[in-house]
Design a binder for this molecule. Structure first.
Ligand code: UD1
Length: 380
């Protein structure tokens, strides 16, 4: 039994959230009964960090753009809370949807929770168990004030079980496409946990063909498939400590199997490289941040990936590109267990590749989420 019509506010703000939003927009735009209000917090604002994704993926113009911009953790999160609160009071939605683990996720969730609007958290249940990462704080807190927790994997459901969540649909297995929510009253005091699969997998499947047809990046750089390495590095834990940043750069240069390492540089990293006058070794070829199709193309054709990004560890896994993760731990343990991803400190120069298991769902996550929305009864 569902609400006759539903008003949603969806909150995005950082690059990976635009990618996660687009498969859901595609399925929701066909649903007359669901009003989807898009809020862009403005956490990311450079053309190559934001607008290019809206254009390329056909994401609608945000209904609200909050222009929060960059600031310290506290100021950025506080501005998001303040501005999202106003939108929620104005729009009175039935649900607020947040994605992932950024400051836009937590800020949006806190504003909603205090106004008693039930939260749906997409990409719930991930844990690095490292509270020095702002992302870990964001995801743990968001999970614990959400009413519907949509996990990308069974492991994420199991993590939530360990934290006391009891209402776990189908024991954390990928929910069937015709799964009916059992008329349970879902509230933030009785939240529902479900494994809907990983929405980034939908995004990759939807975009790969377009990337193959439209991206000219290999030609532009004059490179051949499988002759180069690909690298990204932007996490605060790696960039904000100068010694650590240098250690990571040296590690990549020493361990890469190719002569050239292409490195689209996140603005955070670019600013630090410039201000600290770090000279990148000759082997590393810095690039401006890339759009989604160019990123997928560069990744798909790379011999190997070095990264501290969460999303790219999975994209590389799906595209079968061996990965070395430039972090001390990862939330995406499935990629490590399968041998396709190795933490840099455990890397001995080779990967022990095993058969990939379908642990991230079947690429129909957006469809499942739509069904959840159509089924669910809010606590208002
Ligand atoms: C954020 C997320 C991180 C995610 C990443 C994706 C948090 C805590 N972290 O990190 O989990 O992996 O987005 O990219 O939310 N900047 C620009 N232009 C922009 C955006 C950022 O120049 O359009 C620079 C600014 O100097 C800013 C810095 O990058 O201070 C960091 O940006 P911020 O949004 O705070 O975090 P990210 O590092 O992007």
């Amino acid at each position: 039994m569902g609400l006759k019509s539903m008003k949603l506010i969806q909150i995005v703000g950082a690059r990976p959230q635009f990618i996660k939003y687009f498969p859901l927009q595609k399925v929701l735009e066909k649903e007359d009964s669901i009003k989807d209000i898009l809020v862009h917090t403005g956490q990311h604002y450079d053309y190559q960090m934001s607008e290019v994704f809206f254009k390329q993926l056909g994401i609608k113009k945000p209904d609200y753009h909050l222009e929060v911009g960059s600031a310290t953790q506290g100021v950025q999160t506080a501005k998001i809370i303040e501005k999202v609160e106003k939108v929620i009071i104005e729009e009175k939605p039935d649900f607020v949807i947040v994605y992932g683990d950024t400051n836009s996720t937590l800020g949006g969730a806190l504003a909603a929770a205090k106004l008693h609007i039930p939260i749906i958290h997409i990409e719930s249940g991930l844990r690095s168990y490292n509270k020095k990462m702002p992302e870990e704080i964001n995801r743990v807190l968001t999970d614990h004030i959400s009413s519907i927790l949509l996990c990308p994997t069974k492991n994420a459901c199991d993590n939530l079980k360990k934290e006391g969540f009891k209402n776990i649909a189908q024991k954390g297995k990928l929910i069937s496409l015709d799964y009916k929510i059992n008329n349970t009253e879902i509230t933030s005091d009785n939240p529902l946990v479900m494994n809907t699969g990983d929405i980034m997998y939908d995004a990759v499947i939807l975009s790969l063909k377009a990337a193959k047809n439209h991206s000219t990046i290999l030609k532009k750089l004059n490179i051949e498939p499988k002759t180069y390495s690909f690298m990204t590095l932007h996490r605060a834990e790696n960039t904000d400590d100068l010694e650590r940043l240098k250690e990571m750069i040296n590690f990549v240069v020493t361990h890469s199997k190719t002569k050239e390492i292409y490195f689209p540089v996140h603005p955070r990293t670019a600013k630090i490289i410039k201000s600290q006058k770090i000279e990148l070794p000759e082997k590393i070829k810095p690039l401006e941040p890339l759009d989604y199709f160019d990123t997928l193309t560069m990744l798909n054709n790379a011999l190997e990936l070095f990264t501290d990004s969460g999303g790219m560890q999975k994209e590389a896994y799906w595209l079968k590109v061996p990965t070395i993760t430039l972090r001390d731990e990862t939330e995406w343990i499935e990629t490590v267990k399968s041998g396709w991803n190795v933490l840099y400190k455990d890397y001995n120069g080779s990967h022990k590749l095993k058969k990939q298991l379908p642990c991230f769902g079947d690429g129909k996550t957006a469809e499942r989420i739509k069904k959840v929305l159509k089924n669910v009864e809010g606590d208002k």
